[in-house]
Design a protein around this ligand. Structure first.
Ligand code: 0RA
Length: 688
């Protein structure tokens, strides 16, 4: 994803050699020449992370970054991304256009140099912030190297210039091919099928990325056009409010406690600091942070700076206005962040991304800058809006109080040893094996399905825990209340890890915890409740890959002695078609061979329900619930490791999961109703 350290050093060295002074105007000389593109094609993963679907999309992010840079520098106003037929993508902006004049060092056009040399990039004048050097910013040449074909078009000084490349090699020189009234750059490329495992772009993913980038770059308009369909799909993004709009988007299914979102954008110590936040009625914290428009999932100095300022300002205000008395303890950072939704974005000259995945901003100056900006403007915000301030302070005081009460209750619960694991729940039919690696726990909806599972299972390795009806809605429930719920206590004890401070993944009793529910809306609801529980309280069980969803069949299709199971409508159709084809072939054979036995098999079909008369001689049974299967069928289709399909639950998009849980479990009724109406038919969407 990012270039390695050695290359970083090389880049620095060249920069000091060639560019001792930062100039205010750009010329072709300012492009540093480093190396060719062979290393990129040899080890694409080093530059774009992977050659899978993420790496493929990385190509787009890379080209878009360059255009967004041009917008951040104040020269471009519009960026358009188009998905074209034949796995092509184009990115167009109305910036200054990549320079085309001849570069002194290489004797080539600057455009060609930018497109064909690794790390070649331009230095803009003083006030812009180049993204290069970050997680993205490996340069458009990387995209060129990994494209089987690429065309760069530049409008500058009244002319249209163009150059094409194949796998990074120029096909001829930069040519003047027309005239232009405006200026700008257009890059069109098709990713190399020799490099990528998939060429399938995901429009949803692209739209989401562009939406995010638009929030982060105030004043830019980003259009996204999917032109692969007959009727092109257009998404236009433009957010006047910048991060304020971002926060509004994040809380779209929630009620804000504040009338007005806190917002500040200020230049400080040579960097731009932008912060927006509000509080919602929730216990979770949602913090998103960015450095130079690059998402920093692990936070870093900018986020730390924000947190200190928030805690400090709220304590100061609470004391000043006597919400906190002299004897009262200060509010903690955890207290003041409950229900917080914040986006912090900094733009700085030389971002340092740290950690294994370069997911954390390391620059200490980002901490002081954000802290100073937020301290100052939050003080003013609270003083100017006493009503807003009161709502916030009351919320955090309540959080502090609840936290203390919950801790006391939790300590009592934990001390009582309810979760010691010595007392396995009576409802659990445990397996005989004591090796977690081979043990499986089935969480089964309802007692009757639980019974079938119990008699159908492999007793040695498979344990069954039937769960009654809807387990407790855990979204807004404190741990102490949750643990007073019998179903949840059984579950926690069966799993063996305990919970909260006592949680210990190494104590897990099963390496497969399998949610097995009916394939209907109720089943989906229970599954979502369980997923919520795991997501909120047993995240490590999920991230360790121990949580699964069983996939019971939807249909049983029988023809003669042959029984097959279908897990979707399409699969059912396919199976029926296959059977009929086979039958047609067999009946031709029969004419010659007169195979009586096969004839005999066919009579067995009479006992089966024949669907609508449309599918002659094929019996189709639709399963509405697990309870309709006898133990053998349940074993054969859903539990037997030899035949079954399990879906491993991943939290690859934790934010999306979180949002879904909030919609389904939260206080707001409208979005939940909308969601259920929308997805009632496609139950699959409930699987996070
Ligand atoms: C360096 C210098 C100048 C423009 C650009 C880079 C530039 C790069 C890209 C990449 C995509 N869109 C872009 N737009 C502009 C212009 C310097 C000048 O004209 O003074």
């Amino acid at each position: 994803m990012a270039k390695d350290k050695k290359e970083d050093k090389k880049l620095e060295a060249k920069e000091t050699d060639n560019n001792k002074v930062t100039k205010n105007s750009y010329s072709a000389e300012d492009i540093y020449v480093l190396e060719g593109l062979e290393p990129v094609r040899k080890r694409p993963g080093m530059y774009i992370g992977s050659t899978g679907v993420d790496g493929l999309h990385h190509l787009i992010w890379e080209v878009v970054d360059n255009s967004i840079d041009e917008a951040m520098a104040g020269f471009a106003k519009n960026v358009t991304v188009e998905l074209l037929p034949g796995n092509k993508v184009s990115v167009t902006d109305d910036g200054r256009g990549i320079p085309v004049e001849t570069h002194k060092q290489t004797k080539k056009s600057a455009l060609e140099t930018v497109m064909t040399t690794l790390h070649a990039g331009g230095k803009f004048g003083g006030e812009s912030y180049k993204v290069s050097g970050g997680l993205h910013g490996v340069g458009v040449s990387v995209v060129n190297a990994l494209s089987e074909w690429l065309k760069a078009e530049v409008c500058r000084e009244g002319a249209l210039y163009s150059q094409e490349y194949e796998r990074g090699e120029p096909k001829g020189k930069v040519k003047k091919v027309g005239v232009c009234k405006q200026t700008g750059t257009k890059v069109t490329f098709s990713p190399d099928p020799k490099i990528f495992l998939t060429l399938e772009f995901n429009p949803k993913k692209i739209a989401e990325h562009l939406r995010q980038q638009t929030y982060l770059t105030k004043g830019v308009r980003v259009n996204f056009l999917d032109r692969r369909e007959k009727v092109p799909q257009l998404h236009g993004f433009y957010f006047d409010g910048g991060l304020k709009s971002f926060v509004n988007h994040l809380i779209r299914n929630e009620k804000s406690l504040q009338e007005e979102i806190f917002y500040v954008s200020k230049d400080q110590e040579g960097m731009n600091v932008e912060v927006a936040f509000t509080f919602i009625d929730d216990m979770e914290v949602k913090e998103l942070s960015f450095a130079n428009n690059i998402y920093t999932p692990d936070g870093g100095m900018h986020l730390t700076g924000f947190r200190s300022a928030l805690t400090r300002s709220l304590n100061a205000h609470a004391r000043g206005e006597s919400y906190l008395k002299e004897k009262d303890e200060n509010l903690t950072s955890d207290d003041v962040r409950e229900g917080l939704v914040v986006v912090v974005s900094v733009k700085l000259r030389e971002p340092q991304f740290e950690g294994q995945t370069k997911a954390r901003l390391g620059n200490p100056e980002a901490r002081t800058a954000v802290e100073a900006v937020v301290n100052e403007s939050l003080k003013e915000f609270l003083e100017k809006r006493p009503a807003e301030a009161r709502r916030i302070i009351e919320k955090v005081l309540l959080a502090a109080k609840a936290r203390k009460a919950a801790k006391a209750a939790r300590d009592t619960v934990l001390r009582k040893g309810v979760l010691d694991g010595l007392t396995l729940p009576g409802k659990l039919s445990d397996c005989s094996s004591r090796k977690p690696e081979e043990s499986e726990l089935f969480l089964v909806e309802g007692d009757s399905a639980g019974g079938s599972a119990k008699s159908g299972r492999d007793r040695r390795t498979q344990a069954i825990l039937p769960l009654k009806g809807k387990i407790l809605n855990v979204e807004k429930t404190r741990l102490d209340k949750m643990l007073s719920n019998q179903e949840i206590r059984s579950l926690v004890m069966a799993i063996g890890t305990a919970i909260a401070e006592e949680f210990d993944i190494s104590k897990i009793r099963y390496h497969k915890v399998i949610i097995m529910t009916d394939a209907d809306v109720d089943g989906a609801h229970i599954r979502t409740l369980l997923l919520t529980l795991f997501y909120r309280y047993f995240k490590e069980v999920v991230s360790s890959g121990y949580l699964y969803i069983a996939q019971p069949p939807l249909y049983r299709v029988q023809s003669g002695k042959e029984v097959r199971y279908a897990y979707s409508d399409q699969e059912k159709e396919k199976i029926v078609a296959e059977i009929q084809k086979n039958k047609a072939m067999k009946s031709t054979k029969k004419e010659t061979k007169d195979d009586k036995e096969e004839d005999g098999q066919a009579t067995g079909e009479a006992s089966l329900e024949v669907q609508g008369g449309g599918v002659k001689g094929v019996g189709i049974q639709r399963y509405k619930g697990l309870g309709e299967m006898n133990p053998e069928q349940l074993w054969e289709t859903t539990m037997n490791p030899e035949n079954r399909t399990l879906r491993q639950v991943e939290i690859d998009d934790a934010e999306e999961a979180d949002r879904l849980f909030d919609i389904l479990m939260g206080d707001e009724v409208q979005p939940r109703r909308k969601f259920i109406e929308l997805h009632a038919l496609s139950v699959k969407n409930l699987d996070v």
